[in-house]
Design a protein around this ligand. Structure first.
Ligand code: LLP
Length: 426
């Protein structure tokens, strides 16, 4: 699953003591395992190897340049949603022709920048966007590769904020409108509309929504081909699950086995945009207990890690397994699971110092007894953690550290007060 494990009553990331990282770089700190990133990339790639597949890691899930560089060196391409993300990909020398650019609100500047950079595909989400891409490409004397993002109206059975393939969401164009869009834009000189894109939501812990949306997309592609359009690419987006509460995410191979029969004989190039399934279990967030206290019937563990470092519990009520970095003797978990309740454990809420009642990392958890000064690890924080951080309450952005075997290095230094106010000193 990953390279975070307890040995001799303390947490290791690969061969490094997590406590040593906290001592060297302070807390809160994100700790990433290089080997876990690579293993997960490899699992997706090998699961889909029978199909003609391009894996475009979704930069939005964890965008640190040092991590992107490692993934790029190991054959990943990239899915971006802004010029900022595109520039990150270019900075690590990604091949622009293998980059996909999604997003419902690309500005003229972003479209121009991306055409100029020579990206492979715009995942176009509306008629107006196609109009702008065609226009801007024409002015630059270029033709932009495009896939039309369609909304397959399939329920991925995940949180409503991360559901994207249902009709009522803002994403893509309705399936029924797609033929008209191809009729109108299929022959414009500025766009080469040759693919279909779908992304139904995240995390999707069952394969069935992929089956239904891929079937709908392939049926559409057959219709479009019948209309005389050349369609060579199907992008089924990201959304594959990761382990948060235990081992709930299906292996990559299950998704591959489910969609392979639908693609059989279509000759389509498949594009994937996995983020979470590669990054989530490759990182943890480490905080230090500032105080413990009672409040009403509750006991609180107040850590220096907060909603500013991991927003997911506050935003989605998301569960992240949390456990002391150095639990008392006998409390090291043999496996991570939402059901753990060892004898002698205490029911607590893990909260941060931010002035919001929504500032919690874990609620009603049975944890080993912890004291002021003890370190706490919050797991599955490689994806949608550092990238969603904020400076609320004037909290500087935390440090990020990458572990490689028995070594670790800082890959983002902790912000200072001066970093925080620099842009205000105008
Ligand atoms: N492709 C598109 C078009 C997307 O919108 C996303 C994620 C992905 C790929 C990558 O999905 P993944 O493989 O990482 O599941 N902040 C939320 C997740 C939002 C996902 C947004 N789009 C969270 O913390 O759960």
């Amino acid at each position: 699953m990953d390279y975070f494990s307890y040995a001799r009553d303390e947490l290791f990331c690969e061969d490094v003591r997590v406590a040593d990282i906290a001592a060297a770089h302070g807390t809160p700190v994100y700790v990433y395992s290089r080997q876990t990133f690579l293993d997960h990339l490899d699992r997706v790639r090998s699961a889909f190897s029978e199909l003609n597949t391009l894996v475009c890691y979704s930069i939005k899930s964890c965008h640190n340049l040092n991590i992107l560089r490692i993934l790029e060196e190991h054959g990943a391409s990239f899915d971006v949603v802004s010029v900022g993300e595109l520039r990150r990909a270019l900075e690590v020398d990604a091949d622009p022709s293998q980059i996909v650019f999604a997003g419902v609100g690309k500005t003229d500047e972003e479209i121009g920048f991306a055409i100029d950079a020579g990206i492979g595909w715009f995942n176009v989400e509306s008629e107006q966007e196609l109009e702008r891409v065609n226009h801007i490409a024409g002015k630059l004397n270029r033709t932009a590769g495009c896939a039309l993002r369609v909304n397959p109206d399939v329920d991925p059975k995940t949180h409503r904020y991360t559901t994207t393939g249902k009709k009522e969401t803002k994403f893509g164009v309705d399936l029924e409108r797609a033929r008209r869009v191809f009729a109108e834009f299929g022959n414009r000189s500025g766009v080469d509309l040759r693919g279909i894109h779908i992304h139904i939501g995240s995390p999707v812990n069952t394969v069935d929504p992929y089956v239904r949306s891929t079937q709908k997309a392939v049926a559409l592609i057959e219709l479009l081909r019948g209309d005389g359009h050349t369609i060579d690419t199907l992008n089924i987006g990201g959304g594959f699950g990761a382990h948060y509460t235990g081992d709930e995410a299906p292996p990559a191979k299950s998704y591959a086995d489910a969609v392979a029969p639908i693609l059989h004989g279509t000759g389509l190039r498949l594009i994937l945009e996995p983020g979470r399934s590669i990054a989530a279990n490759a990182g943890i967030l480490v905080g230090r207990t500032i105080f413990t206290k009672a409040g009403g019937d509750k006991r609180f563990l107040i850590t220096d890690a907060a909603m500013t470092e991991l927003l997911r519990p506050a935003l989605y009520d998301a569960y992240h397994f949390a456990w002391p970095v150095k639990p008392p003797s006998g409390f090291a978990p043999a496996h991570r699971s939402a059901d753990l309740k060892p004898a002698g454990s205490v029911l607590v809420d893990v909260v941060g110092p931010v002035c919001e009642s929504g500032d919690f990392l874990a609620k009603d958890r049975w944890l080993p007894p912890m004291e002021r000064g003890d370190l706490l690890a919050v797991f599955s924080a490689g994806a949608y953690a550092a990238v969603m951080a904020s400076r609320y309450n004037s909290r500087p952005l935390a440090a990020e550290v990458l572990v490689e075997g028995d070594r670790f290095r800082l890959i983002r230094r902790r912000e200072t007060y001066d970093d925080m106010v620099r842009h205000e000193r105008v």
